[in-house]
Design a protein around this ligand. Structure first.
Ligand code: AMP
Ligand code: FE
Ligand code: FE
Ligand code: ZN
Length: 290
């Protein structure tokens, strides 16, 4: 039997991906994946539809989410697998983040207007699927549709990145609380691309070890295209030394992000089994607690 191919981080149009959740499962099957985790930003809204589609095309869809947490002055992306979407503490925290994300959109429109870029709330709404978590990529898509920039990349590079004129932040759950909320909802907490865009200086080995031992962090996304071979080797070593699960994934966003095709990085089947076991154990604990 050939080895299972498992991609544990993808996005649909329930956040800033471009495939519907149904299309995502179909695309995963076409890419030869056996398991795909849907990890939309701050929502699990696409999971059921992706799972139903996955059953039709023979792909297991693992439920997941990705939340941009606050760590010091910086942002750390945290993945949560297998969370109960109805668990009150996590679902209200995520609702709070989504509301704050909504509320920043008019402020971004104003900020862009001040530097002479006209995009309307309607333009942005037209790029955002109903029920999706809104984000800067939707503002970028509206700028592309208006002909302001050729692609999301330029929109970010010149206007939307932190420090650029169109940047506006949103409420983020503190990282340590995020880990606890995910686990309290029966889930498994893994830091996404820990040494990707600018977080390497922040998430030093010492900090990651402390997060593992003091705050119960479950794993690190090691194989990700934002990590070079050296970073991957160091993170893999660190994970092994401190009992952290080491995952691998594409961070696929459909047409929304190049260089991240489905299955470009995968997770070891034994690691996925360990994640599934942890989810089961935590779910039981959750259900046994009155
Ligand atoms: P937000 O969550 O609204 O702050 O937007 C951040 C999201 O934008 C990330 O999850 C990425 O998927 C996406 N993103 C960040 N930088 C870029 C870029 N240069 N090109 C395309 N997408 C990007
Ligand atoms: Fe994204
Ligand atoms: Fe991310
Ligand atoms: Zn992601």
């Amino acid at each position: 039997m050939t080895e299972m191919r498992i991609d544990l981080h993808t996005h649909s149009n329930m956040s800033d991906g471009t495939d519907t959740p149904e299309e995502l499962a179909v695309a995963a099957a076409r890419a030869g994946l056996d398991v795909v985790a849907l990890c939309d930003h701050d929502t699990m809204a696409g999971v059921s539809a992706a799972q139903a589609s996955g059953e039709r095309c023979g792909v297991i869809v693992q439920s997941g989410l990705e939340t941009s947490t606050q760590f010091g002055d910086s942002t750390v992306h945290l993945l949560g697998y297998g969370c109960d979407p109805d668990e009150p503490a996590l679902s209200s925290a995520l609702a709070h983040v989504r509301l704050s994300r909504e509320q920043r959109i008019p402020r971004m429109v104003d900020a862009l207007e001040r530097v002479g870029i006209v995009v309307s709330l309607e333009d942005i709404a037209a790029q955002t699927a109903p029920g999706a978590t809104s984000g800067r990529p939707h503002v970028a898509d509206a700028m592309v549709a208006r002909g302001v920039v050729p692609s999301r990349r330029e929109a970010f590079d010149y206007w939307l990145e932190w420090g650029k004129p169109g940047y506006v932040g949103h409420y983020r759950i503190p990282l340590i609380d995020g880990i606890a909320l995910i686990q309290g909802a029966g889930g498994v907490a893994v830091i996404a691309h820990p040494w990707g865009h600018g977080t390497r200086h922040l998430l030093t080995s010492e900090v990651l070890v402390e997060l593992a031992h003091e705050h119960g962090l479950d794993g690190l996304e090691v194989d990700h295209n934002d990590h070079d071979e050296t970073a991957r080797a160091e993170l893999r070593h660190l994970a092994a030394a401190h009992g952290l699960l080491a995952t691998g994934s594409s961070d696929y966003h459909g047409l929304g992000k190049t260089r991240h095709p489905l299955g470009c990085n995968t997770t070891d089947p034994d690691v996925f089994d360990a994640i599934v076991d942890l989810i089961q154990t935590r779910r039981h604990t959750l259900e046994a607690t009155p």
